[in-house]
Write a new protein. Structure first.
Length: 415
């Protein structure tokens, strides 16, 4: 983008763009070509172009405001001039109509032919005035009225959206080059004495066509930077890790268009690997932590079983039936379940004792016309809510539609 503008700060000769698959850059080759000397300096293209682009946009932004104000003022002046012209035309038409009326009034009644002619002229002038007034009203509706706040906001978006236009996919490199060449006379680059590929600081002096100059010092990337996870991905991981599992984080990153540094889609294993390398703790660990819920509110199945006073294997069946939400990363992995205060009241008999739960299981199958598997599926989709009821010396399940929060007619019997 800056080809032809970049000058070597050490020897004052032009730097050329050297294209390579891995890292295109700006290279000073003049002394090497002329005298066989080593290349003076080489700099990666990306960090220079990015710094200059930001400087160009920073310079353009104040001009955006001035351009907006100038455009608004110019439009207002133009509107006032057009309005003045219309008022003069209407004033002339009114004068001609009034003059025709006075001529008609001064005519003697005996001069019928003259009076008829003057009356025709008067009518013509009135017709012309009416047509002109109608045209004026149409012009007002089309653009003569002052700018509204919405119209001013539109102008600001059109004039002040240079950064978006600069980054837009439709904006070509040639378009950016034209803008840069309109503003910049030359760019002088000087790298520090750091070893090649080790990174460092690049000094950039931008000479503007106005005669002013801007001094920048930017970080020069190392050769291994391309293999590092982008800072935006790490920041997203830090945001998601306290409340989502690694598998769910991988889904979110893929949905948002993020890839690994090698361009691969994210998986739970890759998320876990990056978290470990950058010491990003998770709020949803794969292994249970006794007595502590995960970031998403799930707790170990053994803790849930102890709270409800049942065997852990019972919760496996409840999860299978859709009566309790649970998560397991894979076969043999720990099981986590969600046990809110409402879930506890559903499963320890409290709500059933208050009359919640409309049908027994077989009754629900018959009333709804469902098989046992279909019943479980609807429970898992939260279309049916299951309540555990204590009846005499045993427990039973009672079901109600999710949208029906009414209690059953007779409370379940309790001990």
């Amino acid at each position: 983008m800056l080809q032809g503008l970049v000058v070597c700060g050490r020897r004052g000769c032009r730097m050329r763009v050297h294209y390579s698959v891995s890292s295109p850059g700006y290279v000073c080759m003049s002394r090497k070509k002329r005298y066989g000397e080593p290349a003076c300096q080489s700099l990666s293209l990306e960090h220079v172009d990015r710094a200059v682009s930001e400087a160009v946009l920073a310079v353009v932004r104040p001009a955006e405001i001035e351009a907006l104000l100038a455009l608004s003022e110019e439009l207002e002046r133009e509107r006032a001039q057009i309005e003045r012209q219309w008022q003069l035309r209407l004033e002339r038409a009114r004068y001609d109509a009034e003059r025709a009326r006075r001529q008609y009034d001064l005519c003697e009644p005996e001069n019928r032919l003259v009076a008829r002619e003057l009356e025709t002229r008067w009518n013509d002038q009135l017709h012309t005035l009416a047509e002109l007034a109608d045209e004026y009203r149409r012009e007002q509706s089309r653009g003569l009225s002052p700018l509204t706040e919405e119209e001013k906001a539109l102008l600001r978006s059109l004039v002040g959206d240079v950064p978006t236009l600069w980054q837009a996919a439709e904006t070509t490199v040639e378009d950016r080059k034209r803008l840069v060449r309109c503003l910049i006379r030359e760019i002088v680059l000087t790298r520090d004495e750091g070893a090649k590929g080790a990174g460092g600081i690049t000094a950039i002096r931008i000479g503007w066509k106005s005669g002013a100059s801007t001094e920048l010092r930017v970080r020069r990337p190392t050769t291994s930077d391309h293999a590092r996870t982008p800072a935006s991905v790490l920041e997203r991981l830090r945001t998601l890790a306290p409340r989502l599992t690694d598998a769910r984080i991988a889904e979110v990153l893929n949905t948002e268009g993020f890839t690994t540094r090698m361009g691969l889609p994210w998986t739970a294993a890759r998320v876990q690997h990056i978290r470990g390398n950058h010491r990003i703790p998770t709020g949803c660990p794969t292994m249970p932590q006794a007595g502590h819920p995960r970031g998403d509110g799930l707790i170990p199945v053994r803790l849930a079983a102890a709270i409800l006073g049942v065997a852990p294997t019972a919760l496996d069946h409840w999860r299978k039936w859709g009566f309790l939400y649970g998560a397991q990363r894979g076969a043999g992995s720990p099981v986590w379940v969600r046990l809110t205060a409402e879930d506890i009241a559903r499963l320890d008999g409290t709500l059933a004792a208050q009359g919640y739960g409309q049908w027994r299981l077989r009754e629900a199958q018959r009333v709804l016309g469902l098989t046992k598997e279909e019943l479980w599926e609807k429970a898992g989709q939260h279309e049916l809510i299951a309540y555990r009821a204590r009846v005499a010396d045993h427990w039973e399940w009672r079901l109600s539609p999710a949208q029906d929060n009414r209690r059953s007619a007779a409370p379940a019997a309790t001990e």
